[in-house]
Design a protein around this ligand. Structure first.
Ligand code: ADP
Length: 456
């Protein structure tokens, strides 16, 4: 990402955008942070590879912009608008991004290294002089050292580089080098920044390392204006809106249409996300006579087939109360966020987590493990009143500490019991969660402060 602190020229180097191709939460963050910074009056441009597997139907005014030569190949540049943001798509004619995939090709390092170089070359050759280049995770890490070693001396001298770690699990070696070469480094919540502070990659860089929480885009996630749910609702008619959404969800998935506590899970199925706790929670919810809907997909085929087996088992033993949809389906995710009573996020570690924030935006109650950004955004109704108050908030969910079944049971049982025994209190909690502001309003200001500090 490149950012311009005056309204004149900002560009962002990222690897992808959610409406084009979605492989996790990073695309949501790049889009919604960019929109928030743009709304504050700054210019933002996003630079992405033009993957052959992108869905370009969501790009407005898509057109050829120019081409240039780099490393003995022609790079075609296309432009367009995504969610109101200007995006440049770089398409090297050597075919590096014509692989039918985004990550997971054998030569990822070579592909993204080329992209970073080509992006800087594009800035230079186009005369774009942003104030900030904001790079996200390992795939844009090389920008920081290519910039400091080369491009800074070629006329882009006013640019400062900010590097954000979205997940230290991916590309840690590159991340350490990128931090060393950046003017500032961030990660996506205060608690995660503390959790990783002793990591040998992070420890030497603590003087320039900050935790800034991610937000969600309240226009993209808005139950009052959402074509995938049956009736628009706000906190004023949350009970009615969620009842209609639950019925529509049950109808669509062929679940029994009765008023039972419904637990939703929307996740990549990886070890990080607490797979064993997810499985346990499914059985626990069924024991408590609840319904469960899981929407998830596993990059690892072994994990995917484990869940296919579990789905087959549950769809025969509990056909009216459990549904596992093992694919990526954003429209369905909207209906689950709206129709569920609870959204479970039992991650082993979680740099920020968007699922719990989106859940609250739809008036669903998060049930989470206390780690990283989940700790910073979910405040347990029984334990975290004081901690919430320090943030000017009130409790909004249920949480647990351990990484074992009794831990998840502790939070889930209290959540389901509140639904059965104290429905008014539960409904009030939904309304309260909906009214909390988890947008970029606050975090975007924190980023602006950081961008300005780079130039001091
Ligand atoms: P991560 O980036 O580690 O996957 P986050 O919580 O930050 O986790 O972001 C996950 C995002 O991806 C959320 O917006 C969630 O709704 C979405 N998501 C995850 N799995 C699916 C799926 N199978 N179908 C639709 N959306 C999904």
């Amino acid at each position: 990402t490149t950012v311009d602190c005056q309204p004149s020229g900002l560009a962002r180097v990222a690897d992808w955008c959610p409406t084009l191709s979605q492989v996790g939460g990073l695309g949501d963050v790049v889009t919604s942070l960019s929109r928030a910074v743009q709304d504050l009056g700054h210019n933002v441009d996003i630079i992405l590879p033009k993957y052959d597997c992108m869905n370009l139907s969501n790009v407005k005014d898509f057109q050829f912009h120019r081409s240039y030569s780099w490393d003995r190949t022609e790079v075609k540049v296309w432009t367009g608008k995504v969610e109101g943001l200007s995006v440049y798509f770089l398409e090297p004619q050597n075919g590096l991004f014509w692989k039918g995939c985004i990550y997971g090709c054998k030569n990822d390092a070579e592909r993204f290294g080329f992209f970073c170089h080509a992006a800087l070359e594009f800035l230079l050759q186009s005369g774009l002089h942003p104030d900030i280049l904001h790079c996200h995770d390992w795939s844009s890490a090389p920008v920081s050292w290519l910039f400091k070693d080369h491009y800074m001396h070629y006329g882009l001298s006013k640019v400062r580089v900010v590097f954000t770690i979205h997940n230290l699990e991916f590309g840690a070696q590159l991340i350490g080098k990128a931090m060393a070469y950046s003017d500032k480094a961030t990660t996506v919540s205060h608690t995660y920044s503390k959790e990783v502070s002793k990591n040998p990659i992070i420890a030497p860089q603590l003087h320039k390392f900050h935790g800034i929480l991610n937000g969600i885009d309240p226009d993209i996630w808005d139950p009052y204006n959402d074509k995938f749910i049956p009736i628009p609702y706000s906190s004023e008619n949350v009970v009615e809106g969620k009842r209609a959404a639950k019925e529509a969800l049950q109808q669509r998935l062929g679940l029994k249409k009765s008023d039972l506590p419904l637990v939703g899970i929307i996740t990549r199925l990886t070890v990080q996300k607490g797979i064993h706790l997810i499985k346990h929670a499914i059985w626990r919810t069924l024991e408590r006579n609840g319904q469960v809907v899981l929407l998830g997909s596993a990059p690892d085929p072994r994990i995917q087939s484990e869940f296919v087996n579990l789905a087959n088992q549950l769809h025969s033993s509990h056909n009216d109360r459990a549904r596992l949809i093992l694919t990526y389906d954003e429209p369905l995710s909207h209906l689950i966020y709206a129709g569920a009573d609870f959204i479970l996020v039992p991650s082993i570690f979680e740099p920020c987590g968007l699922t719990q924030l989106t859940a609250m935006r739809f008036g669903s109650i998060p049930v989470v493990r206390k780690t990283g950004g989940l700790y910073d955004t979910v405040f347990d109704v029984d334990h975290d009143g004081g901690r919430a108050q320090e943030q000017g908030l009130e409790p909004n969910g249920f949480s647990f500490d351990g990484a074992d079944p009794p831990g998840v049971d502790y939070a889930l049982n209290r959540a389901i019991s509140m639904w059965y025994d104290e429905r008014d209190r539960f409904n009030f909690l939904c309304k309260r969660a909906m009214e909390q502001d988890w947008s970029w309003n606050r975090p975007a200001l924190d980023y602006m402060e950081l961008y300005h500090a780079c130039h001091k």
